[in-house]
Write a protein that binds this ligand. Structure first.
Ligand SMILES: CC(C)(COP(=O)(O)OP(=O)(O)OC[C@H]1O[C@@H](n2cnc3c(N)ncnc32)[C@H](O)[C@@H]1OP(=O)(O)O)[C@@H](O)C(=O)NCCC(=O)NCCS
Length: 206
């Protein structure tokens, strides 16, 4: 249900192809919370248990409610198809048998743009891990995948997300109505950040 940024960039055919290739080539990677692994259908039961906690899933509009194993498996299958098309990457971090965080990257290669959604397990919230995860993902999306623009949304009452996103250097650009899978609309705060602005703030030019 995610939508590309309000600002519309146009990628050349070469840039688009390079982004698709980088997305398809994405592999397991290190993260501030542990090894971030590409989602597989076998993750469905652990992911359903992870999302069952409203402290984790409540603020996220595009998850497959209700969180039955079947619904979550179908959602993961859709994300795997996106990955194969070079248009998305869903990852999970495990602690033993339990998922402790997830990150869902949407990519629009034709616009050199992307979006990120994610959450950490309740016992790991408010510890700076969420913000550290977000910054690591933004760095990878800009410098690893080659995106030039990232957009984000957060619920109007999601103060932690809003603070973390502001602190990462994103610019608020008004609001956006996002559409849940059941067709209902949620009002959100909306941000964008360009790769140039990211490099200027974090001096991460590669
Ligand atoms: C949103 C989330 C990823 C943030 O991660 P976190 O580890 O809990 O948050 P952090 O400890 O990094 O704190 C983020 C910011 O909120 C602030 N914060 C934390 N708790 C707060 C509270 N109760 N009230 C106000 N601010 C708070 C922190 O000081 C920090 O701000 P700063 O960057 O200006 O210092 C995590 O809380 C989460 O998974 N929440 C549920 C799902 C969700 O909301 N996902 C994002 C959807 S857009």
């Amino acid at each position: 249900m995610s939508a590309p940024p309000k600002t519309v960039l146009h990628a050349s055919a070469e840039e688009e192809a390079a982004i698709r290739a980088a997305v398809r080539a994405a592999a397991d990677m290190a993260s501030p919370t542990g090894e971030r692994r590409l989602a597989r259908l076998e993750d469905a039961a652990a992911a359903a248990a992870f999302f069952a906690d409203e402290a984790v899933s409540g603020p996220i509009y595009d998850l497959p409610r209700p969180f039955t194993e079947e619904n979550v498996r179908a959602w993961i299958a859709g994300r795997i198809a996106k990955h194969e098309a070079g248009e998305g990457i869903l990852t999970f971090v495990y602690d033993g048998d339990e998922i402790v965080s997830y990150a869902d990257v949407a990519v629009w290669p034709q616009h050199a743009s992307g979006e990120l959604a994610g959450a950490v397990r309740a016992d790991r919230q408010n510890s700076g891990q969420g913000s550290a995860n977000m910054r690591a993902m933004f760095e990878w999306m800009f410098e690893g995948l080659g995106l030039r623009l990232i957009c984000l949304t957060a619920a109007l009452d999601n103060i932690r997300s809003q603070r973390g996103i502001d602190a990462a250097g994103f610019t608020r650009m008004g609001g956006r109505d996002v559409v849940r899978p059941d067709g209902t609309v949620r009002q959100s705060v909306y941000w964008e950040m360009t790769r140039e602005a990211w490099r200027a703030k974090w001096k991460s030019a590669s």
